[in-house]
Ligand binder design. Structure first.
Ligand SMILES: [Zn+2]
Length: 206
């Protein structure tokens, strides 16, 4: 029942995604907030346009993004049903996911190794082919950076083990059999919180 609001940061990513999907016109119609009241593109979407211009003129980047767009596959893995949607699927060659991020250093925090592991396994289950998984990444920095990152196979294998070890708990929570544990710091948790007394010094830790 919880519908998180799309943040500006998410909108920039979706703007670039929809360009590659060939649905930018529809995206702009659905999100009139990309324009100012003077009907000019807001600065963050001018940044998105700049990112698109940059990567579009790069042969390597565009080769990785040249596959079938938004291809959906469904499959069973660890006894649960999965559904995935690939940004660029080149059968027999590779799977690529497009990422627009603040900077490259933040990439690993999003655990794209888990996404890559599941996408690779999904394609393998559906087609019988094990394909390498890449991120076509671009940054929102003043001068956008862009590169293709391959997630190495041992990293994908390690992430897949983690999924196998944790997935039952997610399935049980989803089925309402066990209660989820609140993290206490995301928007959803904050929206339902009550104040408590805390030690000031805990803010200096971590
Ligand atoms: Zn939370």
């Amino acid at each position: 029942e919880y519908k998180p609001e799309m943040t500006r940061a998410m909108l920039i990513g979706s703007f670039v995604d929809s360009y590659f999907e060939g649905t930018l016109d529809a995206f702009i119609k659905e999100h009139p907030e990309v324009f100012t009241r003077k009907q000019e593109l807001r600065s963050e979407f001018r940044k998105a346009n700049e990112i698109i211009r940059k990567v579009r003129s790069d042969d390597l980047f565009m080769r990785f993004m040249s596959g079938e767009k938004q291809r959906i596959m469904t499959f069973d893995l660890f006894g649960v049903p999965w559904k995935m949607k690939m940004d660029s699927y080149l059968p027999g060659i590779c799977i690529t996911d497009l990422k627009v991020v603040a900077n490259f250093r933040t990439l690993p925090y999003w655990r794209y190794d888990i996404q890559g592991a599941v996408y690779q396994k999904g394609v393998e289950i559906v087609t019988g082919e094990q394909l390498p998984f890449y991120l076509a990444a671009a940054t929102k920095e003043r001068t956008p950076d862009f590169d293709i990152f391959q997630i190495p196979q041992p990293t994908l294998d390690f992430a897949m083990n983690e999924v196998g070890a944790e997935v039952q708990r997610y399935a049980d929570v989803k089925a309402g059999m066990i209660e989820p544990e609140a993290c206490g710091c995301c928007d959803y948790c904050k929206s339902r919180k009550e104040a408590r007394i805390r030690n000031y010094n805990e803010l200096l830790e971590e």
